[in-house]
Ligand binder design. Structure first.
Ligand code: WQD
Length: 365
């Protein structure tokens, strides 16, 4: 639409230097929003402290605009309060979190402290500055083992969640629900990501996992580029078409557009005045492609896109994995006017382009 005569919205993005953050910040800048990023740079290749990290510099270069960056941890109430004094935020997009399923099993307290307590600190500072609109980065893991497929937003959450990371996302969703019930001025949208993959088509920003990747697509990309020798396929005895795990992969560009769609909706929501008796707004939407692909589908697609062979080893199942998970995203279609469109080939092509241009991610050497 014509953004020219729309008052510039001011959005705070927590965790804006990460994989989802960079692609979302770029989208916001392209929509003429003013973006402020706070990030503790825990998982990010650092420039020197006072400088922006490489990933955010790349976003500014792509957008031809600057971002206000503050190296702040959401758990630091005092530092966060100073940020809220500097800007008049229209809404917050909350992405900052620890997100390794495996680490969360061995370090649950770190995950509850950082993800849950950190979010409570953020919410308290927002409240004290009357900032009451929040888009929250949630995850399909809140659904636990799917009891039916495709999974829609009516599916039960919080039951049989297979790891502390997923539970932190579930607990935060419930904390946000209670907050909206207690004070109808709040508007919250929880975005339940399925499996975000791929990169911006320019190859300038992308996924840069620290250490050996836990997730499938970055691991496959590193095998293709020769950084890793072969892919261990975690089980080929599932009751799926080819025996390997099925997931709903969504292109990171579609995911970023989903964040803008949610931000637009939440800015339109008239936060009800207390006592107006208006139903407070806590909403949740799936963000996925709406179909499943197996591990071997991904491997084959990556091989054809990259022209590189991906050696595989069939090993035992990974603890906590479900056989199959994919989404029904029709609610986001009707209420956010959003639908993912990029194909698995687009995802593999853009992931390969990023990986081959940046064999060591944002690390310069
Ligand atoms: C995908 C498929 C594996 C690696 C996780 C989190 C979820 C979200 C996305 C944060 C599965 C198989 C994988 C490998 C393999 N993260 N696989 N060999 O587990 O669906 O979701 O990441 O929000 O919360 O749970 O993604 O990419 O790890 O696995 O065979 O080396 O690939 O078994 O079937 P997952 P994944």
């Amino acid at each position: 639409g014509n953004v020219g005569n729309v008052a510039q919205v001011v959005v705070l993005v927590t965790g804006g230097c990460g994989y989802v953050g960079t692609h979302t910040v770029l989208r916001l800048l392209e929509q003429n929003a003013q973006v402020v990023v706070v990030d503790n740079l825990a998982g990010v290749i650092r420039g020197s402290d006072e400088k922006k990290p490489v990933s955010l510099e790349r976003v500014e270069e792509l957008a031809g605009k600057t971002v206000n960056f503050h190296n702040v941890d959401i758990s630091d109430a005092e530092a966060l309060d100073k940020i809220f004094k500097l800007y008049r935020f229209d809404c917050v997009i909350h992405l900052a979190a620890l997100k390794s399923v495996g680490d969360s099993c061995s370090l649950p307290l770190d995950y509850y402290r950082n993800n849950v307590a950190g979010t409570i600190t953020l919410l308290e500072v927002m409240k004290s500055h009357q900032v009451v609109k929040l888009v929250f980065s949630s995850s399909a893991t809140v659904y636990g083992e799917p009891q039916y497929l495709p999974v829609d937003e009516q599916h039960v959450t919080g039951q049989r969640v297979t790891n502390p990371y997923g539970r932190t996302k579930y607990f935060i969703e419930e904390i946000l629900r209670d907050l909206c019930t207690s004070d109808p001025k709040w508007s919250v949208i929880c975005l339940r990501y399925f499996n975000p993959v791929g990169a911006h088509p320019s190859g300038r920003i992308g996924e840069d996992p620290a250490g050996v990747p836990c997730n499938l697509m970055p691991y496959v990309a590193q095998v293709a580029i020769g950084r890793l020798e072969k892919l261990a396929v975690y089980g080929n005895d599932y009751s799926t078409p080819d025996g390997t795990g099925v997931r709903d992969y969504i292109h990171i560009m579609d995911l970023a557009e989903g964040h803008w769609a949610a931000t637009k909706k939440i800015l339109k929501e008239k936060g009800a005045k207390a006592g107006e008796g208006v139903e407070s707004s806590w909403l949740a939407y799936n963000l996925g492609l709406g179909r499943g692909y197996s591990v071997l589908d991904v491997v084959k697609c990556f091989e054809s896109v990259s022209g590189r062979p991906i050696a595989v080893d069939f090993v035992k199942r990974r603890e906590g994995d479900v056989a199959s998970s994919y989404s029904d995203c029709s609610l986001a279609g009707s209420q956010l006017d959003w639908k993912a469109s990029r194909t698995l080939t687009d995802m593999c092509r853009d992931m390969w382009n990023w990986q081959s241009i940046n064999p060591n991610g944002y690390q310069s050497n």
